[in-house]
Write a protein that binds this ligand. Structure first.
Ligand code: RP5
Length: 191
């Protein structure tokens, strides 16, 4: 079932380098046939576009915006300041391999993604943005579905199936573990 012909979710990210992680949100929304529109909006490199994007999101009547950014991740908070659409922030551990000559350590953000997590969650009182864990874009997709399920009962059913699939998969592994014993099970799993 396609819930709407128009996109219901706007996915934005601060840089093309974030697409490596942000694709996790798109994958889950695609799996459940929820249309989304994806764009790059940089809070510091395209500040005027940020305000324009917020107007666009309202015109499109997006129900949720998923915003991913790394480092001093002000994109989710700044978007939230321009609109009443709920924003789910995805803190990203910056991994920038565009500059091949950089050493491996300089490809990562200095604080391992904590910089981005705190930038998103520590929005001042009165201007909330919710956040998923570092790089957990898939969770942002699932959370967006939970919000949308208030409007689409069929989606609520699908989320219940998702939970029951998780239960079944743990049970399957646990039965296997019980049957084989821990040593054999772990060897098979990790070798
Ligand atoms: C942030 O800076 C972006 O969200 C990205 O995570 C990070 C690095 O950007 P690039 O240097 O890869 O463009 O604004």
């Amino acid at each position: 079932m396609i819930y709407s012909k128009k996109p219901l979710v706007g996915i934005i990210m601060g840089s093309s380098s974030d697409s490596r992680i942000m694709q996790g949100a798109a994958e889950i929304l695609d799996e459940y046939k929820i249309k989304h529109e994806d764009q790059i909006v940089s809070a510091h490199r395209t500040p005027s576009r940020l305000a324009e994007y917020a107007k666009h999101a309202e015109k499109m009547d997006f129900k949720i915006i998923i915003a991913g950014a790394g480092g001093a991740a002000h994109l989710p908070g700044m978007i939230a300041s321009h609109t009443t659409i709920p924003v789910i922030g995805v803190p990203i551990l910056v991994y920038n391999d565009k500059h091949q000559k950089k050493s491996d350590t300089s490809k990562f953000s200095a604080f391992g993604g904590l910089d981005s997590l705190l930038s998103i969650t520590e929005m001042p009182s009165g201007s909330p943005v919710v956040a998923v864990g570092i790089n957990k874009a898939g969770n942002a997709g699932i959370y967006a579905m939970k919000i949308l399920a208030n409007e689409f009962p069929d989606l609520k059913k699908k989320l219940k199936e998702h939970k029951s699939n998780q239960h079944n998969s743990v049970m399957k592994e646990s039965n296997q573990l019980k049957k084989e014993g821990l040593s054999k099970f772990a060897k098979k799993k990790f070798n």
